[in-house]
Design a binder for this molecule. Structure first.
Ligand code: HEM
Length: 221
């Protein structure tokens, strides 16, 4: 079981994520879109959207530092475990509040707003939102459950993830990881598998094209 979840499934997920995205971009570029709903309900996007994306960027930065930077590097830079934990909570908790709060706000707009919004939400959108909700909730629950620093993910999850990237997965590192974090791992893999088939692909365009392209003009009538 451990071997499948931490030695096989990550590669299935990453292969579909990278391969599927390349195939979609190469052969189905015309469908490469975030399917903007701004023209359906503009006002409700004003705060929920930036809050969600700010939380996302903060959480992303936290993941890069916590997962990709080895513990000995932060220690060599003079940050001991207790200080690291305080810094990570100071960034991680506001990130989780903005990320989850913004997401729930966007979902309220989508599912409890106008009928036009509901009509423009596909089955694939619904599946994606469920998977994203569970990923964000499990990450936030992991952070909250670990406020007292009983579990050190930089001794288990982080080196395991780096071993996956180095193509030599050390699944034994994940043996005693608490269930909530194991669930979080499963959910990010599900997110990666869904990625190429959903509107999430827009996040790859944003840094390269979005900021430079001309505005799309929506007329009221
Ligand atoms: C779709 C991708 C992912 C999403 C949406 C996501 C979401 C989240 C959120 C919202 C939090 C809580 C906020 C925070 O502490 O900043 C969190 C925490 C966490 N995530 Fe993720 N995550 C993803 C991928 C990953 C991956 C790939 C890993 C590792 C392999 C990971 C490991 C962790 C850990 C260890 C924590 C706890 C951090 C702490 O307590 O300081 N996550 N995640």
């Amino acid at each position: 079981m451990n071997t499948f979840f931490y030695g096989v499934l990550p590669y299935i997920a990453l292969t579909i994520f990278i391969g599927g995205t390349i195939i979609r971009y190469t052969f189905f570029e015309r469908g490469w879109t975030t399917k903007s709903s701004e023209f359906l309900a503009k006002k409700s996007l004003k705060w929920a959207n930036p809050i969600f994306h700010l939380g996302l960027l903060m959480a992303f930065g936290g993941h890069v530092i916590g997962i990709l930077v080895p513990k000995f590097v932060t220690e060599a830079a003079g940050t001991d475990e207790a200080t690291y934990h305080m810094i990570s909570l100071a960034g991680g908790l506001p990130a989780a509040v903005l990320f989850l709060g913004g997401f729930l706000w966007l979902m309220k707009r989508r599912f409890f707003g106008s009928a036009r919004m509901k009509a423009n939400t596909s089955s694939m959108d619904k599946l994606l939102y469920l998977v994203l909700l569970l990923t964000i909730l499990s990450g936030t629950a992991g952070t909250l459950s670990n406020i007292t620093a009983g579990f050190d993910y930089r001794e288990s999850i982080s080196p395991w993830f780096r071993s996956v990237l180095m193509l030599s997965p050390d699944v034994s590192l994940m043996k005693d990881v608490p269930a909530i974090f194991q669930f979080h791992m499963f959910m990010w893999m599900m997110t990666a598998i869904l990625f190429p088939f959903t509107r999430l692909v827009h996040c790859l365009s944003l840094p390269f094209e979005y900021l430079m392209r001309s505005d799309i003009v929506y007329r009221r009538k």
